[in-house]
Write a protein that binds this ligand. Structure first.
Ligand code: PLP
Length: 372
């Protein structure tokens, strides 16, 4: 028997129009024109998000690092976030010398539980980081109300949430600032890259200076940093690809949603299986369709991943709780973060997937769950 063709987890959607714009940047985007695509990408992204300011960065991690630095996060401060997260969300907190305070997730959205956030607030809480995990949405109304009550900024890691909207507002545009990733695995991709967005003019100026090695806009003296900054800038070449992708962002998101909906139709009604939820009033960008098995099904993620490996399908494990990393200086949390990790698997969802490929993914899940 010949092995079935490999199905990858993710890869970007690249069109001839994308290639043409990058080619133009490579041919002409130098000298006096070396910022043209960066400026266009930033402006178009701000318009798309409905925010005042956007700064293109080399990564989402960099955008988070600068945003938290601009908020004054430093030694002695605490930043609250969900235990279930990619390390990129917490790394900037640690680099700034602050203490991450992990809270458990909600079992349905896999995002931080606002009631536990409320309990975790102390006099040292400097920020609350809402990460819209896998494109699912955090309960922003509760978090924003809590932030207003205590004068604590809510910041959004929207790396996985382009295209997600919460009661008409875009993920990433609701907090003090939002950060996006354009890594090769994300819905909109520049290979590596990110974006910082905010409506706050002061925060914008601060991050703009930080992003340029501490050089303040309008300073006449050349090579004169007024503070210690960072070098987290995006290149014009990457921005050309970002701009080309942004011109068709709605179709990139629609394709992700169609793949998620296909999985929901095939698997969502099966007893013991659930996927990314879409609560009333929200629209998820569906960056990473994910299936969770109920404990009663007796199908742990490890078993399901073995079935995918045998079928030559690249499915991935759900994020482990960050508090379980041996070097993480932080508290362990409640049980959902660990439990969901043990029962959830990310499904392939690249834009160009065929129907046959999606059906193979579903057949593998159904067989593993005993419903073939
Ligand atoms: C991908 C990702 C990041 C990191 O993005 P980079 O651009 O690789 O720095 C941060 N947070 C979340 C939730 C992510 O998925």
């Amino acid at each position: 028997m010949t092995e079935p063709e490999r199905i990858p987890l993710s890869r970007p959607s690249i069109t001839e129009a994308d290639v043409a714009l990058v080619t133009d940047a490579a041919r002409h985007g130098w000298g006096a024109r070396c910022y043209e695509y960066i400026e266009q990408f930033e402006q178009a992204f701000a318009v798309h998000m409905g925010v005042r300011h956007a700064i293109a960065t080399s990564s989402c991690t960099g955008a988070l690092h600068m945003g938290l630095a601009a908020l004054g996060v430093g030694p002695g401060d605490e930043v609250i976030l969900a235990d279930t997260n990619w390390v990129a969300s917490v790394a900037p907190v640690l680099h700034l010398g602050a203490t991450p305070v992990f809270v458990d997730i909600l079992p349905d959205t896999w995002c931080l539980d606002p009631a536990l956030v409320r309990k975790a607030v102390t006099g040292r809480t400097k920020a609350i980081m809402a990460v819209h995990l896998y494109g699912n949405l955090c309960h922003m109304d509760e978090l924003l109300a809590l932030g207003r009550e205590h004068g604590i900024p809510i910041v959004e890691d929207a790396a996985e949430a382009i295209g997600s909207t919460y009661h008409g507002r875009r993920a990433g545009a609701m907090g003090a600032f939002g950060a996006f990733s354009f890594h090769g695995s994300k819905t909109l991709s520049t290979g590596e890259g990110g974006m910082f967005v905010t409506d706050d003019p002061g925060l914008y100026e601060q991050v703009l200076s930080l992003s340029n090695h501490g050089r303040v806009r309008g300073q006449q003296r050349q090579f004169w940093p007024e503070m210690l900054g960072f070098k987290y800038k995006m290149s014009n070449l990457q921005a050309a690809l970002g701009l080309a992708q942004l011109r068709r962002v709605e179709s990139l998101v629609e394709r992700k949603r169609a793949i998620w909906q296909h999985y929901v139709q095939a698997l969502g009604e099966v007893p013991g299986l659930s996927l990314n939820p879409e609560p009333a009033g929200t629209r998820i960008g569906a960056w990473m369709p994910t299936v969770v098995t109920a404990p009663a099904l007796g199908l742990p993620a490890s078993g399901l991943l073995q079935c995918f490996a045998r079928a030559n399908i690249d499915a991935r494990p759900f994020f482990a709780p960050l508090s379980t990393l041996p070097w993480m200086p932080a508290n362990a949390t409640g049980s959902h973060a660990r439990s969901v990790h043990e029962r959830a698997v990310n499904l392939p969802s690249f834009h160009d997937m065929t129907r046959e490929q999606m059906d193979r993914v579903c057949a593998t899940v159904l067989e593993a769950a005993g419903h073939a």
